[in-house]
Write a protein that binds this ligand. Structure first.
Ligand code: HEC
Ligand code: HEC
Length: 633
């Protein structure tokens, strides 16, 4: 047992291509001279890129952008172009690994910086949740808005993708009208909005409207408003009244205007006029925290803390975080985050299991929703109870329901009174259901709709769990199924594994596939929808695997140990993803220094879930603002 652990630990190094220590700037230069020089040297260099531009070690700092783009072209298999002599897989990996490390070291030499903080529109989930909290009503109004694409670290809250199209403006007008018409009829919303009325209180309609606006606008704009910001709305109210609208009609008409204001639709932060980095202004920080952990506007408590000027105090933040995570609204964050991180959101698309082959899944709506909710509720439990994040890799617990128990073919210790409710339960010995890899949502989204693929599952693990994605496949590889059809003529049926073995024998394929396929082989006992199976196509399932260094292991339990041995890769990836989500933007090279600090903090705190959120909220990019860039002469 101990031997296995040592072997696996060594494998962690070998299998994931740690560059050898003696790889130096010179080694990298000779790599470039060998494979790039022909086209990228001197007067005749193509594409505006000359090797001379990056010949000195100082270029790692001064030309970081160029080095990054060059690395991307190499990893993507674009450079050198087809036909030119190319490095083999290992040479390429060694070069890009060395480069990544060297660039990070340079970027971090100047310490941690806040990085960009772009203005962003509320995405449609945030828009819906914000209206819900602002107007105290439940209405999924965002459904009428165009869908948001994903950007940055792969999330749909990334500023890069949240521009405003003419279609949006039109839809926002409609949505604002719809929301206000709805609010005007709802008792709770009316009470929240109509804090003053003319008449009984001795107020004129204009005075009453002013009170309504002074309560509503700061909430809608998520910061205090000035008299001059209230004035145009008061004018709007006056105009509506002059046209014969009643007091209430005129109020709701006026508030519609607030809902299409950029101050409501966008999260803009007051710019930093100086050249030095400074702490973010309190209300802007309150918004950052609430959109991170709730996907919605700050509540009264958070606004009060911002008003008191204490929100920037680490001790105050540390106390707020667990409270906010326990609030039901945090489900918004956990769901958006994990479904995009793990891609399980795609189960709602044509990547879902095939309806003809897997009716057990597609025909049972309750089971489907239990399956989709399982990873979400599992992560939420870790966050609320402050448990170890390594439980995502392996755990003695899971979230269970009677549907899932049946699906797993297990007797789960569910509380008998409410077996349809998701429950945090201890798994029986040998259940094979611990961690994300035992969850059907994950197993399904990393399969084809009609069959499992060790390649896809391996690629999924490399990308989603370890953050070391395989480069994209070369364009001209025939699909397994076509290859099979061609070879079929009367020959016995082969398993997916047998077919894969053929191409892994080829060195051109082995570079990538030796990394992916073994990880997936160990999961072959799970079918497309995550049910356990001992046979496939009438043959016993072979779940044995061998890493490229010759280490052998088999089955999901040993795979979990292989992954736990790489827990630092996993944590780095999770921390990057969550930081990218929290900041709502793609990470830059310089953010990797912040990620290092976050991971160190989480490790010191025994990987506890709240320590990750805490480290992100307390980080420099989250709490600070870069100063104005002064042009260098
Ligand atoms: C056979 C000729 C050839 C070789 C060899 C070659 N390249 Fe290129 N490269 C090109 C051409 C042509 C372009 C311009 C078209 C394009 O961008 O794809 C280009 C463009 C580039 C660019 C884009 C420049 C920019 O600023 O957008 C980079 C970076 C690059 N190559 C890097 C490399 C690296 C690194 C190698 C060696 C590993 C390499 N190339 C080998 C032909 C070559
Ligand atoms: C640069 C990395 C890379 C190389 C080299 C590579 N592949 Fe792949 N291959 C992938 C990735 C990544 C996938 C995952 C599927 C996807 O993303 O489309 C894949 C998927 C496949 C699949 C589909 C698996 C399935 O379950 O249907 C087959 C078949 C395949 N590759 C065969 C080959 C063969 C044959 C070669 C050598 C000629 C090769 N690949 C070389 C990266 C690579």
């Amino acid at each position: 047992m101990i031997r296995l652990a040592i072997l696996l630990a060594l494998a962690a190094l070998a299998c994931f291509g740690a560059p050898s220590e003696d790889y130096s700037f010179q080694t990298a230069q000779s790599f470039l001279n060998t494979y790039c020089q022909n086209c990228h040297q001197g007067q005749t260099a193509v594409g505006g890129f000359r090797l001379g531009q990056i010949a000195a070690p100082s270029s790692l700092r001064q030309e970081a952008q160029r080095w990054t783009s060059l690395s991307r072209r190499i990893t993507g298999g674009e450079m050198p172009p087809k036909g030119a002599p190319a490095p083999d897989f290992a040479q390429r990996e060694q070069f890009t690994h060395w480069l990544g490390k060297a660039l990070r070291a340079e970027a971090c030499a100047n310490g941690v910086v806040p990085g960009p903080a772009p203005i962003r529109r509320l995405n449609r989930h945030e828009y819906t949740a914000t209206l819900r909290d602002l107007l105290d009503m439940h209405l999924d109004i965002g459904q009428t808005l165009p869908a948001d694409g994903a950007g940055g670290e792969g999330f749909d809250n990334a500023a890069e993708t949240l521009f405003l199209s003419p279609l949006h403006s039109e839809k926002y007008m409609e949505a604002a009208q719809f929301a206000m018409d709805f609010a005007a009829r709802e008792y709770k919303s009316r009470t929240k909005i109509l804090v003053a009325a003319p008449g009984a209180s001795g107020l004129t309609p204009r005075q009453a409207a002013q009170r309504v606006l002074k309560t509503f606008l700061p909430r809608a704009f998520r910061r205090p408003v000035t008299e001059s910001e209230v004035a145009p709305y008061l004018a709007l109210f006056q105009a509506a009244t002059d046209q014969g609208q009643s007091y209430e009609e005129a109020i709701f008409y006026t508030l519609r205007g607030a809902l299409v204001s950029p101050l409501f639709l966008f999260r803009a932060e007051p710019p930093n006029p100086g050249t030095e980095t400074r702490p973010l202004e309190s209300y802007a920080l309150a918004s950052r925290i609430s959109y991170f952990l709730w996907g919605s506007m700050p509540d009264e408590l958070l606004t009060d803390v911002a008003a008191s000027g204490k929100l920037q105090e680490p001790a105050v933040l540390k106390k707020l975080i667990p409270t906010m995570l326990r609030n039901d609204r945090s489900l918004e964050f956990v769901e958006r985050f994990i479904e995009q991180w793990l891609h399980t959101r795609e189960l709602a698309t044509d990547k879902a299991p095939d309806a003809g082959l897997f009716a057990a899944y597609t025909a049972d709506e309750e089971l489907r929703s239990d399956i989709r909710n399982q990873p979400v509720l599992f992560l939420r439990e870790l966050l609320v109870k402050n448990l170890s994040l390594l439980q995502l890799l392996d755990s003695k617990h899971t979230i269970g329901t009677s549907n899932l128990a049946k699906h797993f073919g297990l007797k789960l210790p569910l509380n008998p009174g409410r077996t349809k409710q998701p429950q945090w339960i201890e798994l029986p010995e040998g259940s094979n259901r611990g961690g994300l890899l035992g969850m059907p949502a994950v197993l399904a989204v990393s399969s084809y709709p009609y069959r499992t693929s060790p390649v896809l599952r391996g690629a999924w693990i490399l990308e989603s769990l370890l953050g070391t994605p395989s480069p994209p496949p070369p364009p001209d590889v025939p699909a397994l199924d076509e290859a099979e059809a061609a070879a079929q003529a009367g020959q016995p049926r082969t398993t997916v594994r047998e077919r894969l073995a053929v191409h892994r024998a080829s060195p051109a394929c082995a570079g990538c596939h030796d990394r992916m396929d073994p990880l997936g082989f160990a999961l072959e006992n799970y079918d497309v929808i995550g049910r356990w199976r001992d046979e496939e196509s009438g043959k016993p399932v072979d779940n044995s695997a061998e890493l490229s260094d010759g280490t052998k292991f088999h089955g999901p339990d040993q795979l979990r140990k292989v992954l736990l041995d790489r827990k630092d890769l996993f944590m780095r990836n999770l921390a990057s993803k969550m930081l990218g989500y929290a900041l709502g933007r793609g990470l830059t090279l310089q953010d990797s220094c912040t990620v290092d600090q976050i991971v160190a903090h989480v490790r010191e705190n025994e990987y506890s879930a709240q320590s990750l959120v805490e480290a992100i909220v307390l980080s420099v990019p989250f709490r600070y603002q870069t100063g104005r860039v002064v042009e260098k002469k």
